[in-house]
Design a protein around this ligand. Structure first.
Ligand code: FES
Length: 84
């Protein structure tokens, strides 16, 4: 197994994602619930594509048919003076 970090925000490794798929996660939302990948500060902007690719590889589902997970837009601090 390879232990490269896939989700930096939640420190989820490739082997953890692969284990979740072997345990029955077959959608991006299930992977998110099993591992927390994509639930970090960036809301999956960094790891979503990598996670989708691993899911496609492991399940044999074409990458284009993997439904995206739900996510919140990243929230960033905005100076109050912008809204004057
Ligand atoms: S890298 Fe996965 S949520 Fe940010």
């Amino acid at each position: 197994m390879c232990d490269e970090i896939i989700c930096r925000c939640e420190e989820v490794t490739r082997s953890e994602i692969e284990a979740a798929i072997e345990d029955g996660a077959v959608t991006m939302n299930e992977l998110k619930r099993f591992t927390r990948a994509g639930m970090g500060l960036c809301q999956g902007r960094t790891c979503r594509r990598l996670t989708e690719r691993i899911l496609a590889e492991k399940t044999g589902v074409p990458l284009g048919e993997i439904a995206p997970s739900t996510f919140r837009q990243p929230v960033r601090p905005v100076k109050a003076e912008i809204f004057e």
